[in-house]
Write a protein that binds this ligand. Structure first.
Ligand code: PXP
Length: 237
């Protein structure tokens, strides 16, 4: 049964709409924990559009679940991560104009920079995960870069326009999971997963953790966060 990692960025998105104190992502994280989240995911973006440095510090102090800091490989952000020391850092590509993380990190193209970032995190005692597309070459590069954890991008599966496409992207993810497992990597997955499409991905044997944000926070507006997380947890078992 994969662990559920809840991404709380959009609690902070709402708070930043008024630059106030509410809703508080740390309070939300504690609620998620109580509802069964095994980890809390937060993305400290270079433009600080939602999560702020102080949120990461407070999360590190207050939550008992694993803190998974999503981040780019920018030197400023790496420095913050090494100082705060979350349990895990997931390296993602980051563009200023994107609405959300668009594709996986191109580890092959940016090999030296990514490997250096992985090494820096590991030396600070932080587990490093790489968010990559379900692609053999990227898995090989992640392995060579020294990451022992990868997170496979499920966005193309989630956004598929028809069943044929969805099956194709599902098969790619399943093959990538098996390939990464055969190399001894820990495999997580996430992006675009919701209450309708999560079951199939959760059914792939060997996935350790599913990281889900947007659909949970949206549902929470109607049902409350505790119920939204509990329901997702049941579906992703
Ligand atoms: N995993 C990673 C690496 C991400 O960048 C995101 C989005 O911040 C997620 C999971 C969660 O995606 P979503 O918000 O679409 O569930």
């Amino acid at each position: 049964m994969p662990r559920l990692g809840v991404n709380i960025d959009h609690v902070a998105t709402l708070r930043q709409a008024r630059r106030g104190k509410f809703p508080d992502p740390v309070y939300a994280a504690l609620l998620c924990e109580r509802a069964g989240a095994g980890s809390i995911v937060a993305h400290l973006r270079e433009d600080r559009r939602h999560i702020q440095d102080s949120d990461i510090k407070m999360l590190r102090k207050k939550i008992k679940a694993k803190l998974n800091l999503e981040m780019s490989i920018a030197p400023e952000i790496l420095k913050i991560a090494c100082a705060i020391k979350p349990c895990q850092a997931t390296l993602v590509p980051e563009k200023r104009k994107e609405l959300t993380t668009e594709g996986g990190l191109d580890v092959t193209l940016n090999f030296r920079k990514v490997a250096a970032a992985v090494n820096k995190l590991k030396r600070a005692g932080i587990r490093a995960s790489l968010f990559i597309d379900p692609d053999k070459d990227q898995i090989d590069s992640a392995d060579r870069a020294g990451a022992r954890i990868i997170e496979l991008h499920t966005g193309r599966y989630a956004e598929a326009k028809n069943i044929k496409q969805r099956n194709k992207f599902f098969n790619q993810i399943e093959a990538a999971v098996n390939y990464a497992l055969s190399k001894g990597l820990t495999v997580n997955a996430g992006h675009g997963l919701d209450y309708a499409n999560v079951r199939r991905i959760a059914g792939i044997k060997g996935i350790k953790e599913l990281n889900i944000g947007y659909s949970i926070i949206c549902k929470a507006l109607y049902t409350g966060l505790f119920k939204a997380v509990s329901e997702m947890r049941k579906l992703s078992k």
